[in-house]
Design a protein around this ligand. Structure first.
Ligand SMILES: [Fe+2]
Length: 258
């Protein structure tokens, strides 16, 4: 049996929704509790729903009651401080797994390309049920930042760059597309990330919010991309050399647990 997937997402692996008016909301992300959890750059996470209902970020398939990224348990202490963020995650009406705010420190483009990864969203997901995808609601107004999506991690011709002003709302099949965020400047970026289960609720929500699965990439120069490719290759080679020095096989990057 096949997984239930969204037809709108299937074509390109991403959907951009109408922009949300972030300015009307309190900055709840500044009040919640963060834990150090490295994922694709210098990051911390503030979980709102986790596998255990406590402030932790572990994979849902580990430890007791292993399962796929569904059935997230809301963390009371966090929900009390961020009711608006929780309401937004629930608004789609789709089943929720992880739900958390990510804090990302400034990240140059070459490093972003090195950080490109796929998420391990669907481990233990039973056949015939909804495919797990993720929403990204940008909270801070990161006018010069963009989300980088690639079909192939090292091939820039497969890249889409999606702008990240406050209120940008994306839904992405992060197990299919390589992804990471380019974030220049000096201040951290905050984004609400929720694991949603594909199905009629998600389809209806994306349609209601004007979801489109193709957007113009944020323009950059050829030199900008070439320099990024150079740094990605350099960092990949350094990683391979470090692994070889420890006698380990150089393998493809592993999917992210986060
Ligand atoms: Fe990811």
């Amino acid at each position: 049996m096949a997984y239930i997937k969204s037809a709108l997402l299937e074509e390109t692996g991403y959907v951009v929704l109408d922009r949300y008016d972030q300015s009307q909301d309190p900055q709840e992300w500044l009040d919640i509790e963060y834990v150090d959890w490295k994922s694709s750059g210098d990051t911390r996470f503030a979980p709102l729903a986790s596998k255990t209902g406590t402030v932790e970020c572990g994979g849902f398939w580990t430890g007791d009651n292993p399962r796929t990224d569904k059935g997230g348990l809301w963390i009371e202490s966090q929900v009390a401080k961020a009711p608006r963020l929780v309401a937004r995650a629930k608004e789609a009406g789709a089943e929720i797994g992880r739900c958390r705010v990510i804090e990302l420190q400034p990240t140059p483009y070459g490093e972003t390309l090195y950080n490109l990864h796929q998420d391990d969203n669907n481990r233990l997901n039973p056949d015939g049920t909804g495919w797990v995808v993720r929403s990204f609601f940008n909270l801070t107004d990161d006018k010069d930042s963009f989300f980088v999506l690639r079909e192939n991690r090292t091939d820039p011709s497969t890249e889409t760059r999606i702008a990240l002003p406050a209120g940008a709302q994306l839904v992405i099949d992060t197990q299919r597309l390589w992804h990471a965020t380019y974030h220049p400047g000096t201040e951290p970026r905050y984004c609400l990330i929720t694991s949603w289960t594909s199905g009629p609720e998600l389809d209806a929500y994306m349609a209601k919010l004007g979801g489109v699965n193709r957007v113009e990439s944020v323009p950059v120069t050829d030199e900008f991309i070439a320099e990024g490719q150079r740094i990605q290759a350099e960092k990949d080679a350094a990683r391979a050399a470090a692994l070889a020095a420890r006698g380990q096989q150089v393998s493809a990057p592993v999917m992210s647990e986060a």
